[in-house]
Design a protein. Structure first.
Length: 671
């Protein structure tokens, strides 16, 4: 990003035209970043609660008082039951320094509970790990040379603009674009073909494609023999998914699967842009495994314009141990504190504590996240945060839904105000993040806030007080071949460095698995008692997975982010919220007709977990049997004070312990 500053204020934020992936362009959200930084409701001073939990009533205090209050309460709990302290964070502020460096060191030193940070991408990451060995993929810039692009479980117009520009260029050059998505998104509307399968059935589609590829011998036998493991076993699994069966599972035509497989197998430069929407269901990890096998079957990896990209983050040589210092855990590595899955935070905060769970949660420190809005099964999450005996610290830019429940609300800096260093999951550059302006008001970087709490607790560990510069300098393994001897100082000067990778990085294998091959058959999964081959797992909440539940709640619901919001970030920026208007629910005409719902009606979406209201849009963009609620609204800014996570579940995915936001059955009625 390039930031124009006048009189100490950021007045314009644009993409860096010299940065190859960005090319001077930012998405609709981030292009408004200056509005967010200087928003009139920006938190600028520490505050302590004076009202009831959830009321959002606070009074300003000094940083010294805030640190004293935090230190006293956390010290008392840490001395008695350190696992009763739980951190909660994700990616509201991106970056290796302000994300989980000093913060992780702090919680490790205390012996606090560890957080399984799995709310977004863990199922997909696990699927790649067991297939490729890490989150590896093709290079974004070469999609523009592809002849076929399958945009699978992704809406890049909203979520990956820099990939979309490459896809558009490929289209101009004659490439065919196929969207695979239950919903006819903005992206799907601009592709040559849209395949609207049922939510959670992506693995069946991939296995059906494999069946055809193997039957028609559209395989690269040399690549399979040299660079894959377990082809015969995979072929046996694919044999159980003839196109007719896969089509029935997916709710699409048999010929659609056959034609797609033939097109894919006969196209040399065939690329898949996979994204995380399709892994937010019970079988999400297996689905990613199945799809990730396809380019190795056809040898698409041989060409730089072929292969697959879900995440490129595994190419960056991040030194996680140096950043997070798990060795600070008392008794490490033999003794390690319990792990709390962030998707089950509602259960964790309402658990009384026992031998199986461990001690009751007595304190939670939230940073870079807004769990009361974004975590599943929201009624239970809010009930947990409402506990009078729970000590809650929230580091934030604004008074979010979660902030309303804080005992201490501490103002944090944004990307424009602090130092950081970034890897990417959408391209193959690492980037320096230098502060463009001074902190707004009395806001402080996350790192400085955790250092202040550590001082108040009289913690003497030197690693807790390392400067942001020193943390950033140690964030990468600079001697790794991917960085060609670059260092922190040269990165700061240049702004960004492209990782040293071949144009077609997996053309000669070199996967990061134990075998060095693409593992169709995973011995590591078998050792865990799990299926070593990818398979289709019916969603928890579906006619196949739970017929009695489906009889009561017959509509599947997905809640992908709106183009104007990034999950719950940017919801309070008036210009973006005005564009979005109000919460909407897209519903197919046949589903609306049976419920006496008309376009523009206010409807109630509900199941046993809760309910929310939205304005109906009767449209064929939602396939029959599916409703789509673009999200995620702050509850306090939604007309009924609720959002889509009132109805989502805390159930976890097959691999990675990720969230199953799109594995959700509901009913809809007119209000």
């Amino acid at each position: 990003m390039r930031v124009t500053v006048e009189n100490g204020r950021a007045v314009k934020v644009t993409g860096d035209p010299d940065h190859p992936p960005t090319q001077g362009v930012l998405c609709a959200k981030v292009s408004r970043y200056a509005e967010r930084v200087h928003h009139q409701q920006r938190l600028t001073t520490p505050m302590k609660r004076v009202g009831r939990k959830g009321e959002g009533r606070f009074e300003p205090i000094s940083w010294d008082e805030a640190f004293k209050l935090a230190g006293a309460r956390l010290s008392e709990i840490a001395q008695r039951a350190p696992e009763s302290i739980v951190p909660y964070s994700y990616a509201g502020t991106m970056g290796l320094v302000q994300g989980d460096s000093i913060a992780q060191r702090f919680f490790h030193k205390l012996g606090a509970s560890r957080l399984d940070r799995t709310i977004c991408a863990a199922a997909g990451a696990a699927g790649l790990k067991y297939t490729y060995g890490a989150s590896l993929g093709m290079l974004t810039e070469f999609f523009e040379e592809s002849e076929l692009i399958l945009i699978w479980g992704s809406n890049p117009i909203a979520s990956n603009l820099h990939f979309w520009t490459r896809a558009q260029e490929a289209k101009r050059r004659g490439a065919r674009l196929v969207a695979i998505d239950p919903y006819r998104s903005l992206t799907a509307e601009k592709c040559h073909q849209h395949i609207a399968l049922k939510p959670g059935t992506d693995a069946a589609l991939a296995l059906g494609m494999m069946h055809v590829l193997i039957r028609e011998n559209l395989l690269d036998r040399d690549y399979i023999n040299a660079h894959t493991l377990g082809f015969d076993e995979l072929a046996g699994r694919a044999a159980a998914y003839p196109p007719a069966r896969a089509a029935e599972i997916c709710g699409i035509g048999e010929q659609v699967i056959i034609d797609l497989a033939l097109l894919y197998g006969r196209t040399k430069k065939a690329a898949i842009r996979l994204n995380y929407g399709m892994q937010r269901v019970r079988g999400g990890g297996n689905a990613v495994r199945a799809i990730a096998c396809l380019p190795s079957l056809t040898g698409a990896w041989r060409d730089r314009a072929g292969g697959l990209l879900l995440s490129s983050s595994g190419w960056a040589p991040v030194d996680s141990h140096a950043l997070e210092r798990p060795d600070l855990i008392p008794g490490w590595p033999q003794k390690q504190p319990r792990i709390v899955n962030m998707n089950a935070i509602g259960d964790a905060l309402t658990h009384p504590g026992d031998a199986g769970f461990g001690p009751k949660v007595e304190a939670i420190v939230v940073y870079n996240s807004n769990p009361v809005a974004v975590a599943p099964d929201s009624e239970k999450v809010a009930a947990g945060f409402a506990r009078d005996d729970l000590f809650t610290i929230v580091l934030e830019h604004f008074q979010t839904d979660t902030a309303d429940y804080a005992d201490l609300l501490l103002p944090a800096t944004t990307q424009l105000e602090h130092l950081d260093v970034h890897k990417s999951y959408g391209h193959t550059h690492v980037m320096a993040n230098l502060p463009a302006i001074a902190p707004v008001g009395d806001a402080r970087p996350n790192t400085e806030i955790f250092r202040g709490i550590a001082r108040a607790m009289a913690l003497e560990e030197p690693a807790l007080y390392e400067s942001d510069e020193a943390v950033a300098a140690g964030a990468f393994r600079w001697d790794d071949a991917a960085l060609k001897g670059s260092g922190w100082e040269s990165l700061k000067t240049a702004g960004w460095v492209k990782l040293n990778l071949p144009d077609a990085p997996l053309a000669e294998g070199a996967f990061r698995t134990p075998s060095g091959k693409c593992e169709f058959f995973s011995a590591r999964l078998a050792q865990q008692g799990l299926d070593p081959l990818p398979d289709y797992l019916p969603p928890y909440e579906s006619a196949d997975g739970a017929p009695e539940l489906a009889a009561r709640f017959p509509l599947a619901m997905i809640s992908p982010p709106s183009r104007n919001f990034l999950n719950s970030t940017f919801v309070n920026v008036e210009s973006l919220r005005a564009t979005e208007g109000e919460p909407h629910l897209d519903i197919h005409p046949s589903d609306a007709l049976g419920r006496d719902v008309h376009d523009g009606d206010l409807v109630r979406i509900f199941n046993d977990r809760g309910s929310m209201q939205a304005r109906a849009r009767v449209t064929e963009r939602a396939r029959e049997g599916l409703v789509v609620g673009l999200s995620i609204w702050w509850k306090k800014l939604a007309p009924d004070g609720r959002n889509a996570n009132q109805v989502t579940s805390q159930a976890l995915t097959d691999l990675g312990g990720s969230a199953t936001f799109y594995d959700c059955l509901v009913e809809v009625e007119r209000v």
